[in-house]
Design a protein around this ligand. Structure first.
Ligand code: 5GP
Length: 218
């Protein structure tokens, strides 16, 4: 890998829009992209592993870390704390890895307000009715939690104009392809290609103009 710094991608979506599935899909199909692992004070759900899905910590420990400035961003979502570790993020980006932060809209705002360069991608469910159906269909949450998530979704959906890209998650494969295309296109931006493009251009400067034109030996 070159000494290029990685790019920070923020993926936000109302809960139940399938953002974790999409993020994993992008990582599986695109080399050099990783998902940032967040810290949370919420208890692990069945099947979730500490240090894999999240780093699970107590609310007190979370506050300690937050007050010590350990988070690039943090937010309280559905009564629990969530945050992105600043050191780990910085290290991975410095190593040239592109990083996907799967975070809520409050966290995305904090990253932008901190002046950290990032590319925002907002994932939308096809409709409110579809989101409701998905939340009920996954059978994970009690009714009151579903209603709370839907109410939050109504608020969150309004944040889409704050993002650089909007993708509708109508179908997992197609949606994953679109998010992957955004990552690939962002890598080809002139600023991102500056070192490589400069190095290529330099090989041209090493050759004085021959004035002959055409292909060598032609
Ligand atoms: P869940 O508890 O369902 O895993 O996540 C709840 C919400 O918290 C989701 O919208 C998720 O994207 C968000 N979230 C997860 N990690 C972070 C984080 O590090 N920072 C912020 N701001 N939100 C997060």
């Amino acid at each position: 890998m070159s000494n290029r710094r990685g790019r920070l991608f923020i993926l936000s979506a109302p809960s139940g829009s399938g953002k974790t599935t999409i993020a994993r899909r992008v990582v599986e199909t695109t080399g050099g992209v990783g998902i940032s692992r967040s810290y949370t004070s919420r208890p692990a759900r069945a099947g979730e592993r500490d240090g894999v899905d999240y780093t699970f910590i107590s609310a007190d420990r979370f506050r300690e870390l937050r007050d010590a400035g350990a988070f690039l961003e943090w937010a309280e979502v559905f009564g629990d704390f969530y945050g992105t570790g600043a050191d780990e993020t910085g290290r991975r980006l410095a190593a040239g890895e592109d990083l996907l932060l799967v975070i809520d809209v409050q966290g995305a705002r904090k990253v932008r307000q901190a002046g950290v360069e990032s590319v925002g991608i907002f994932l939308m469910p096809p409709s409110y009715a579809e989101l409701e159906q998905r939340l009920r269909g996954r059978g994970r949450d009690p009714e009151e939690a579903i209603l709370r998530r839907l109410a939050t979704a109504r608020e969150e959906i309004r944040a889409f104009p704050e993002y650089d890209y909007v993708v509708v998650n109508d179908e997992v494969d197609a949606c994953g392809d679109r998010v992957r295309a955004i990552v690939v296109a962002e890598r080809a931006r002139r600023e991102a290609m500056r070192d490589t493009a400069g190095a290529v251009a330099a090989t041209f400067a090493e050759h004085p103009a021959t004035g002959r034109g055409g292909r060598p030996g032609a």
